[in-house]
Design a protein around this ligand. Sequence first.
Ligand code: GDP
Ligand code: MN
Length: 391
Amino acid sequence: MDIHEYQAKELLSSFGVNVPRGGIAYSPEQAVYRCSELSGERWVVKAQIHSGARGKAGGVRICSTEEEVSDAASWMLGRKLITHQTGPQGKLVSRLYIEEATNIAQELYLAFVMDRKLERVVVVASAQGGMEIEEISEKEPESIVRSVVDPAVGMQAFQAREIAFSLGLDAALIPQAVKTITGCYRLMEEKDANMVEINPLVVTGSGEIVALDGKLSFDDNALFRHPKISELRDKSQEDPRETYAEDRGLNYIGLEGEIGCIVNGAGLAMATLDMIKQSGGEPANFLDVGGGASPERVLMSFKAVLNDKNVEAVLVNIFAGINRCDWIAEGVIRAVKELELTLPLVVRLSGTNVEEGRKLLSESGLNIATADTLAEAAELVVGAWKAAKAN
Ligand code: GDP
Ligand code: MN
């Protein structure tokens, strides 16, 4: 789960990381009011969406009059901001964060990520911040510092100091840098974050280290341990298809294609996506119905899949071990009837109670194509989809 920048900054601040003062605004009027609260001469108006690269898309504006603040706020609020991270549909701006402007002397990059191979948290830092890490690794690869954290001891001050020195920071800045680095690590560990990224982390004109931006991402599977963080979830920033499925306990990931998929087991689901592609189609989603799926759960899966308006054909692929093919068939039949499904539908059943399942389907009198193997099922559904499209 991702959270907004202002929420990330509040958390970072509670772990001892310096952040600029700021306040949230939902209207241009509130934005101007925030400026008077903050006082000062320059403010930054920042669109709060779950995406980076807002600056290039007009979502970060430095202003020196209240009129500029009001104009920037009017422009951003209600707009779907399109960055190269949001996809072409963009993300809706409904909150702004208004901050006192910071006088930047140097922009650094600092991130904490999970390295799956090492099974460790790795700190990635660079003295060339401001641009994205992909760009840094292209343009200034030798500036990137990597440091692996030993989970048994966590981030120690000496290791943080080492990182700060390799960034070429002035000796006077080292204590602040150490506080920032150890604070981020404690946050990551205590709150089960997957990622902490501060870009840019800046050195100000007056010699302070401040997090000007903040991105935090949390492990969904650990959110139950952090109710306060769960509350920060903003569903308006998430893929509505995934939110719908997740709220119903389904393991679903939205994709770009037209063939909706209902499969049991993550491995078989992945293989199914591959087979659809190999047959010349594009999957619309990944969906694992899980083991022991009841007819109700199958019906719910259909709802989640059909909730995506791009879906033009559906493939059900079940290899029943814990599952029961007759239950699956029952669920399929209910879905076709209750949802008045007219799209091409292919069902492949195999395993426990397969005969009963197939019998139910064939006796239903519904227009359901069946297949014996995964390859056959993929061919069938892509063929049916193409035929329907041609009509
Ligand atoms: P992002 O584009 O979504 O990553 O948003 P950021 O919060 O990182 O802002 C983009 C850029 O705007 C930063 O890299 C800075 O160069 C600039 N910026 C943001 N806040 C300030 C500020 O207070 N003062 C100055 N001078 N520049 C800022
Ligand atoms: Mn940034």
